[in-house]
Design a protein around this ligand. Sequence first.
Ligand code: GLV
Ligand code: MN
Ligand code: MN
Ligand code: MN
Length: 448
Amino acid sequence: ESNSFATDFVSSLSVDALTLQKQIDELSTFSDTPAPSVTRILYSEKDVLARRYIKNLMTLAGLSVREDIVGNIFGRWTGHEAELAPLATGSHIDAIPYSGKYDGVVGVLGAIEAINVLKSIWYIDQFSFGLSCADWNFNRYGFKPKRSLEVIMFTSEEPTRFGISCLGSRLLAGSEALAKDLMSTVDSQNISFLDAARSAGYAKEQDDLSSVFLKKGSYSAFLELHIEQGPILEEEGTSIGIVTAIAAPASLKVDFEGNGGHAGAVLMPKRNDAGLAAAELALAVEKHVLDSGSVDTVGTVGILELHPGAINSIPSKSHLEIDTRDIDEKRRNIVVEKIHQSAVSIAKTRGVVLSEFKIINQDPPALSEKLIIEAAEAASKELNLTHKLMISRAYHDSLFMARVSPMGMIFIPCYKGYSHKPEEYASGQDIANGVKVLALTLAKLSLQ
Ligand code: GLV
Ligand code: MN
Ligand code: MN
Ligand code: MN
């Protein structure tokens, strides 16, 4: 019978799936491209409006809202042992060009809804009177967490504007290198990071970003709800994925320079075509990735720009941005090294200059915390939801939060695994399941 209280608790977790869907739809209208696509770039007008929308929902949920100088947003529900390190959950709402409305968003709006779910379990102590409620920390008004709960909306998980992924969480995790780089980082329009941040109302007087850094132990745990962005859960008909590890990403920027010239007048033997060097490197990326021998190694040339970009002009400059990932860091690093060797040798044989080969980031993978995995598994079981342990092939703010806090992630299925494109979709039912597991896992962890 000691469990009947917990059973009451579990059965009274009720997600307002319709309102949550309405919020997801509403947030998706803050976009620079037409529906169904979503484009929401850091510190743009639409991003600022979307941030206001999130802060408003946090306030309506009774959270006290705070922002740091780069615009990470924190909404806190103070627990009854407020001196303990809080427990945090959250994700991002920025969206890469022409993407969908669920990536990140489910983990922010879903986190606020999880708080609403927990806050609305106020009546339970009446019908559970006399049962063991000591464990659950109810007061006469309902559930109140022991540890404070905090919802975090991270600034710029996506690298779109300034080329660096997980900007907000990387800084929270204490990246001195990033804090320094951002002092001189500019976007493709030559707008500096600081000016962009200021135009959005952040980084007003400061020009030292180290105040963003979190001390280790600031949070007792960090938990992120996210769409899977892969096909496994949907294919298997499994409701919940519990992440055990996040694959290790690396990003590279490469520039070649040649002499360019007239597309008719310069004969082939006289050319040093920067565009062809880029094309050859793109194919070399594919080859090195395939040569790893593992399906877990992936590589993408997502940006390839030619200058001056005219049909009758031999490209005099080319620019590539390369993303490569693996669950095995060593194997990923070998690929990075081989890409570098190829860039050097292609430049040599084609007579172009390799004017830049820059490793933007080369991050190690992160492991989830056993206790958090177990709490999420127990929550899924108690909610009668099928679940499986899996790795995350996409990166997330959790990759960096893991540096300062025990970390875990909850995945929900998404249509055909589609993500980073407008067809991205997750059903209301699956989202509601994810929010329930999140709420129950938070409730459990808030007691630890
Ligand atoms: C970011 O969203 C990524 O995983 O590429
Ligand atoms: Mn994404
Ligand atoms: Mn995401
Ligand atoms: Mn991601």
